[in-house]
Design a binder for this molecule. Structure first.
Ligand code: CP
Length: 326
């Protein structure tokens, strides 16, 4: 089956393991075409006119929510933003009643961020409109992963065979999980570097998780020097203080001293290494401000690509997305 017809069967985007390498490359090709719209004087096309997208977020977000809103508006959809805060969530309404209400109001698609891992899966089973998982607890963030893959594909080239080191708080990170699945599907080798207490042991080599996902090989190290030695890419992860269910390091100074990306430790990596960070960054904790602005980083490109990738995903789920349609 060709990727275009395979993607027609995609009812929701819940995690990156729903997509094959061929699907991902097709999404890149389509995204690349959509970027021509962003270069026009009037950045608006009528392809989703009459469709209503609701961004339903129960956790804070800047990049994901604003880029989905911008993507929907460029495609002429009506976009409604809703946060748990200020909604009937605060009066105790159940998740199911909330999303059924949004469906009845006329949503054609829900973009959903939720603090509970698995919440978008539950919703997808219970309502009849497409769901895009915009980050669920510490489980998955598939659209961020597509953005990161696309950024590397554009700026570095073929991902097959690249060595990616994921530095920092992987145990709480939905990005780490989706990154592992997506970059492995594209042929990259993954190394996690973190304090032992921050190792996501559930991503142990070749195990199968509660959803039956078969995990690719991951190398774990606590030694930043060996983690950077052969790295083509370093992805720095935010230290998720808000999710710290138990103490994962004695104090922040010790963590920063041993695992922060600064000029000194960057010297362990090859000269042409490129740096990713999904954001938001805790400057001075997991990465130095100076490094975050250096020409080695792809961080601004990641944010820029978030609009076109999300335009592509909206069209795949509720529009026409053949390569000739744009
Ligand atoms: N990367 C990411 O999801 O950022 P936001 O939380 O700002 O959306």
């Amino acid at each position: 089956m060709n990727p275009e017809s395979q993607l027609k069967k995609l009812n929701h985007l819940l995690d990156i393991d729903q997509l094959t390498r061929e699907d991902i490359l097709y999404i890149f090709e389509f995204t690349n075409k959509l970027e021509s719209i962003l270069k026009r004087a009037v950045r608006k096309v009528p392809v989703l006119r009459g469709k209503t997208i609701i961004n339903y977020f129960s956790e804070p977000s800047t990049r994901t929510r604003v880029s989905f809103e911008n993507a929907g508006k460029i495609l002429s959809a009506d976009v409604i933003n809703m946060s748990s805060s200020g909604s009937s969530d605060e009066k105790g309404e159940s998740l199911l009643n909330t999303v059924e209400t949004l469906e009845s109001i006329g949503a054609n698609l829900l973009v959903m961020r939720h603090y509970d891992s698995g919440a978008p899966y539950f919703v997808a089973r219970n309502i009849n409109i497409p769901i895009i998982n915009a980050g669920d607890g510490s489980h998955a963030h598939p659209t961020q992963n597509l953005i990161d893959l696309y950024t590397v594909y554009k700026q570095v080239g073929d991902i097959d065979g690249l060595n990616l080191t994921i530095l920092g708080d992987n145990i709480h990170s939905r990005v780490a999980r989706s990154t592992t699945l997506g970059f492995s599907e594209m042929g990259a080798n993954i190394t996690f570097c973190a304090p032992p207490t921050m190792d996501a042991k559930y991503l142990s080599n070749h195990s199968t998780d509660f959803e039956g996902v078969h995990w690719p090989k991951v190398t774990y190290t606590h030694d930043i020097k060996s983690a950077f030695n052969n790295a083509d890419l370093i992805m720095v992860l935010r230290t998720q203080f808000e999710r710290k269910s138990n103490l994962v390091f004695p104090n922040i100074n010790e963590y920063t001293r041993m695992f922060k990306l600064n000029e000194e430790v960057l010297g362990y990596a090859p000269k042409n290494v490129r740096i990713l960070h999904p954001g938001p960054m805790n400057l001075g904790v997991e990465i130095d401000g100076y490094i975050s602005n250096s020409d080695k980083t792809l961080i601004k490109q990641q944010v820029k690509n978030s609009v076109s990738i999300r335009m592509a995903l909206l069209l795949i789920l509720i529009g026409d997305y053949s390569l000739d349609s744009i």
